[in-house]
Structures are given as C-alpha cells and as structure tokens.
Design a protein around this ligand. Sequence first.
Ligand code: C5P
Length: 223
Amino acid sequence: PLRGPLTGRHVLITSGPTHEPIDPVRYIANRSSGAQGAALAAACRDLGARVTFVTGPASVPPPAGVDVVRVETALEMLAAVQGALPADVAIFAAAVADWRVANAGAQKLKKTEGGLPVLEFSENPDILATVSAHPHRPALVVGFAAETHDVAAYAHAKRLRKGCDWIVANDVSPGTGIMGGSDNAVHLITADGSEVWPMLPKTEVARRLANRIAAVLPPGTGD
Ligand code: C5P
C-alpha cells in the first residue's frame, strides 16, 4: 500500500447507479456510469487511504487496491454503508434511486389480454442524510448534487438539508456530456462558501478533492 496524507484513514465511497427490481428479470435504473466514484476511490487509495467502495451495477470497473462491496438496490447500499462504518471520511457519489417498486413481482410479470401493469412506489432511504445524522458520523461527509439548472443555489440548500459538510455539484443538463462522459465541471460547496472549478477530467477532479480532504481532516491516530 502507498503511504501518503491519508495513510491510516478509512474512506467510505458509494458509487454507481442502483437497480430497483420490477420483477425477477426487470429493473429501474439510471444513467450513472460510476466513473467519478471510481476515480475518487483510486485517488484516495493513492494518498494512502484504506478505501471501502460500495458500488451499484456501474459500467466502469472498480479500481484495484480497494475493498469492493457490490450491491444492487438502495436498501442494500444503505446496509453495506452502515456495515462499513466507522470511517474517517464518507463520500456519496452514487446515483441512488429515489424510489423502489413497492409491488415488485416475485415472478415475471405476464402480458394479459387488455391489461397493463401498474407500478407502485415507495421512497428509498436517503443514505447520505442517514450517515450525516449517524452516531458514528465520519469527521467529513461529502455529498454530490447533479442538477440541470441553478446548480450552486440548489447545492447550498442540499448541503443544509442533508447535514453533510461538502456538496460537489455538477450540471448534468443534456449537452454537457458530463453524465457518462470523462470530464466534469463542479462547484465545491462548503460552510465557507462555494468555488467554481473548471472543466477537468474526472480523474483530476478526484485528485483535487482527495487532496482537499487530506488537508482538512482533523489529526487522527494515523498508523
Ligand atoms: O437529493 P439528491 O439525490 O440530489 O442528493 C444527491 C446526494 O445524496 C448524492 O451524494 C447521493 O449519493 C446521495 N443520496 C443518497 N441516498 C439517496 C439519495 C441520494 O445517499 N437515497
């Protein structure tokens, strides 16, 4: 393992989409590739951290040298995150489904003459908000916000609502190419205000964030 400013620290990262089953063969998903989360895991690893990487079914593979926990649904992701605490830092880069199908079929839904299935939904737990209010809250909790307009304003409100320390916000409007692409342009929202970062490769956004994290962490036990 590499030694660096995050040596002796445990960093927990969620990444990728979740899949919410409709029946045993069908699910609801989203377009998250998991690229930014994988880049963050690699960047924290490179600074010496022990990384637990809780990932939904992403199209980008997890980096080497991190502890990978594979999950499918939001409920599984919450359980995996709770099982991985305590951590010094938690970064929530996953695109968690807001809703799951409440009336998911135990068997494959069948076409019936003249009938259409009706899906009912229940709300998924907010993993970021849960960990931000947790008795074993990490010293630094970082959320992401994907917005299509008024990015900084919504991100400021989200930071307060979720109880996290930082929000990394990006504009995912169609045409930016950010979702599924290799570059990202983010705003970093902290208690001190916000910064606008230029368009950078997701790997470089990850490196800069990992260095910022190392710089603000309170002194720990190290190893
Ligand atoms: O509210 P919104 O989904 O925009 O918040 C995004 C942030 O919250 C991301 O950091 C995401 O990983 C996290 N989140 C979560 N659990 C949810 C929904 C979002 O951890 N159920």
